[in-house]
Design a protein around this ligand. Structure first.
Ligand code: CTP
Length: 397
């Protein structure tokens, strides 16, 4: 359940609802009266797919889902943004509107994401309230540092929706990957031609980042090696940023020996320019009408060929013959599993927030249906966990 209180950061909570739903969560939104002056309930209703609750004593809503039913329905209550006023009311146990009453009536974990002017955050009254809430096991997410809507600079910004989702997700860790070290690579690689130009591809890194997050959520120790993307690094994941296929190769090989599972979600360039021009190539320069290319090393094949090799999962993004190409790659790259997807399906694959995968392993295959990438990544991780643990049991028996 998401509680929204009055503050300019309420507009970010609209995105938060979408991202929570991407994890597979069902979201119900409760707004204070002040919150409805910043964003309309209709916005949250459209995004959550559920009626928004605003009134404590409203006969219509009490007849449908009473405040006590709502309190029982939730698995967690996140209040974002949480204003200074709401933190004070929560501290003193007031129950004069629906959200504060729910907070008193529920026994599930409560998390607050404070958002306010930096002076209000620093004020001893607010600090005292936050301290008290912490002692009562209320989780305090943030706030962050930075420029504020009021024009000031300092502590008090609400954390970004993606950070809140990560923190909340950690409450629901499944533990299926507890004690397992997972290496993930993600994103495109850029192969430089000269100081301003490069050969790249359309990978956004979203799938690889979602896999890193899902692996973390499942209790794994995760290292993410990422090509250039615009995504924020996932919380509590070790991130190594690289640019070219060669850099990605070196970074992966240096980590692969120490990991249990390698998931190769990166769209690594297959070719790079044979020569890098250190000066910008001019339009008139005659010898460079064609760029000579050379093949890059295959990272996944190198890892699966290591003496002490991790469980290897590859990806195959194909425009045709998905089944055949994926099975060929499974064999030729000596993989334990490969996740294949179509690149030319609407609302799927590159740049999209959604995807669908078919998993292949030596003795079978499984469809993971179209879903938000984070949800898909969770399903993928739980299936990899199953296969990885089964393989280990066989090895150790
Ligand atoms: N891969 C890799 N290193 C490369 C190229 C690909 O590790 N230099 C990995 C990708 O991360 C992916 C898998 O190999 O997990 C398959 O990548 P893909 O580009 O589909 O296959 P290729 O072997 O490059 O074959 P093709 O481009 O001809 O389909």
């Amino acid at each position: 359940m998401l509680g929204v209180t009055g503050g300019i950061a309420a507009y970010k909570s609209a995105d938060l609802v979408r991202r929570l739903k991407d994890t597979g969560a069902e979201v119900r939104v409760v707004m204070t009266a002040a919150a409805t002056r910043f964003v309309t309930p209709l916005t949250f209703q459209a995004l959550s797919g559920n009626r928004v609750h605003t009134q404590l004593l409203d006969s219509e809503s009490e007849a449908g889902m009473s405040h006590i039913d709502l309190a029982r329905w939730a698995d967690a209550l996140l209040i974002a943004p949480a204003s200074a006023n709401f933190l004070a009311r929560l501290t003193y146990g007031l129950a004069d509107d629906l959200l504060s009453t729910l907070a008193l009536a529920t026994d599930v974990p409560i998390a607050v994401a404070p958002a306010m002017n930096q002076q209000m955050w620093a004020n001893p009254a607010t600090q005292h309230n936050v301290q008290t809430l912490r002692q009562r096991d209320v989780l305090i997410y943030g706030p962050g540092q930075g420029s504020q809507a009021c024009g000031e600079e300092g502590m008090g910004r609400m954390l970004e929706p993606i950070q809140l989702v990560e923190q909340l997700s950690s409450l629901f860790e499944t533990g299926s990957m507890q004690g397992v070290k997972i290496l993930v690579n993600a994103g495109p690689t850029y192969e430089d031609i000269d100081p301003v130009r490069f050969i790249g591809n359309r990978s956004s890194g979203k799938m690889g980042y979602a896999i890193a997050m899902a692996a973390k959520e499942a209790g794994a120790e995760v290292t993410l090696i990422s090509g250039p993307t615009s995504l924020p690094p996932p919380e509590k994941v070790e991130c190594i940023n690289v640019r070219s296929a060669r850099q990605m190769y070196d970074a992966v090989i240096s980590q692969a020996g120490g990991c249990d599972i390698f998931i190769a979600a990166a769209a690594v360039a297959d070719f790079r320019p044979k020569h890098y021009e250190s000066q910008k190539i001019k339009k008139q320069s005659s010898p460079l009408k064609t760029i000579e290319l050379e093949q890059t090393d295959d990272i996944l094949t190198a890892v699966s060929g290591l003496k002490k090799r991790p469980f290897c999962v590859g990806f195959a993004a194909e425009s045709d013959h998905l089944d055949r190409y994926a099975q060929d790659k499974l064999k030729s790259k000596k993989l334990d599993m490969i996740a294949a997807n179509w690149i030319n399906k609407k609302n799927s694959g590159f740049e999209s927030d959604h995807n669908a995968l078919t998993l292949y392993w030596q003795t079978g295959q499984l469809d993971l249906p179209h879903a938000p990438k984070l949800q898909l990544a969770q399903n993928l991780i739980s299936f990899i966990a199953e296969k990885y643990h089964a393989q280990h049991r066989v090895k150790n028996s």
